[in-house]
Write a protein that binds this ligand. Structure first.
Ligand code: ADP
Length: 419
């Protein structure tokens, strides 16, 4: 493997794919790894995104994992490090964005970095240091009620300052609008004032493209996935078909869905209405001890030759609540994830080589059941969701869709795009 240009550390799995997708769209060849690899990869790419699951674990553990990822990326020659977090800046008063940023700065011996979750394509904008989700402030977006990382303050300078000993400052929109030279000048001023981390305003992709050149040579960048669109150009790369090229697709096609998000419910309904074969699995039947995975695979076996089949636990909120009430939230989730993981494994054993998985946690469970540890990132199906390729089982194409992503016809469109 040749030296990589950009080394990325993402604090969760589908967030890693989202970042990788933005890098591929803007010209980089990217591999995503699940956890820190044991040794060098056997592919040539411009960037590697190491996907951790460090968003809500204890800060000390998040720091340890991030430093392990950093050491591996440095060993692969990474010239710049990108710490990727959620575009809603998901964190608690303890972190983990602040502590991980600080630890990476220390390890890289750098006294300055930026922080911005801005991702205008997905409605996340930062203005005067305040994060907006669509038209409302972060703390009015529903994120104030998040079970693990409630965000009750939209002022990111204040939020981040509570998590770090480094002084936090702001590069506001009046500066960003004037371009890279003005941003660089402002960075110089902030550094002189002892600021270690600057939140950066961005309300459009143009802002992110102006920010990109100002980050050239900065050892560490911390951001959501948006900032990525301005970075490949710093390495002389431009958008190209070649960046997203995957080996040709072969084999049978299937969809496994464990997401109960609104968009996924619509996608399941769309697939069923298009007349294709679909089978619902019921958490209560799994709990009763039935071998639901074996039943689903026996159902799918004879149908697979005819085109894509769908196996889903996707249900409306009332049905999900009812199952959770009977089984417990976590237990219901874990049972369904185990069953869908086994189904994904069984489908691949029956010749499926093009697999769409819906649901962030569900994707994690399926990827684990399939033994996938590396994914080459290919063309985008819908914003935030690319086709990926793993070398497992002689070559496997995977599309891992987090809950609310994708148009209603995603489950059929995805396969059409791959042909
Ligand atoms: P999303 O990306 O939409 O949040 P996830 O896969 O991350 O989807 O999360 C969905 C969770 O709900 C998983 O833990 C899954 O196992 C669980 N689940 C799926 N179907 C059901 C159901 N019918 N009843 C209860 N829980 C379910």
């Amino acid at each position: 493997m040749k030296s990589i240009l950009l080394g990325c550390i993402a604090d969760d799995f589908t967030g890693a794919t989202d970042l990788a997708n933005n890098l591929v769209r803007t010209g980089m060849r990217v591999t995503q790894t699940i956890g820190v690899p044991d040794g060098p990869l056997d592919t040539d790419v411009d960037a590697v995104v190491v996907a951790l699951k460090s968003r809500t674990i204890a800060p000390a553990e998040a720091v340890a994992q991030s430093l392990e990822a950093l050491a591996w990326l440095q060993a692969q020659g990474a010239r710049q490090i990108y710490f990727k977090y959620c575009s809603t800046f998901d964190s608690t008063a303890q972190g983990n964005i602040g502590p991980v940023t600080e630890a990476l700065m220390d390890a890289l011996k750098t006294d300055f970095t930026i922080a911005t979750p801005a991702f205008p394509d997905n409605g996340r904008t930062v203005f005067k240091g305040h994060l907006f989700v669509g038209d409302v402030l972060l703390n009015e977006s529903g994120m104030q009620n998040h079970p693990l990382t409630p965000m009750t303050d939209a002022n990111l300078v204040r939020v981040l300052q509570a998590q770090t000993r480094r002084k936090v400052g702001l590069i506001d929109h009046t500066v960003v609008a004037r371009g890279a030279a003005a941003i660089r000048e402002r960075i110089g001023q902030l550094r002189a004032q002892g600021v270690g981390v600057a939140v950066v305003d961005a309300v459009s992709n143009d802002d992110l493209l102006r920010l990109g050149p100002a980050l050239d040579g900065m050892p560490l960048v911390t951001a959501g996935s948006g900032v990525a669109i301005g970075l490949p150009a710093n390495f002389g790369l431009a958008p190209s078909q070649q960046a997203s090229q995957l080996p040709p697709a072969a084999g049978l096609q299937a969809v496994v869905s464990g997401s109960c998000s609104l968009a996924t419910n619509r996608q399941v309904a769309h697939f069923i209405h298009s007349g294709r074969p679909a089978l619902a699995i019921d958490p209560l039947r799994i709990a009763s001890g039935a071998d639901v995975a074996a039943e689903a695979l026996a159902w799918a076996g004879p149908l697979l030759q005819g085109g894509p089949v769908l196996i889903y636990s996707t249900a409306d909120p009332a049905a999900v609540k009812s199952a959770q009430g009977r089984l417990g939230v976590e237990e219901a989730g874990a049972m369904v994830e185990r069953a869908l993981g086994a189904i994904a494994r069984g489908l691949v054993e029956r010749g499926v080589r093009q697999l769409v998985v819906a649901g962030g946690e569900t994707s994690g469970a399926c990827v684990q059941a399939l033994g996938v540890t590396q994914l080459r990132i290919g063309p985008q199906i819908d914003p935030g969701v690319p086709w990926c390729h793993a070398t497992n089982d002689g070559g496997l194409h995977l599309a891992l869709k987090s809950g609310n992503f994708g148009t209603d016809d995603f489950f059929t469109k995805a396969f059409t795009l791959l042909q």
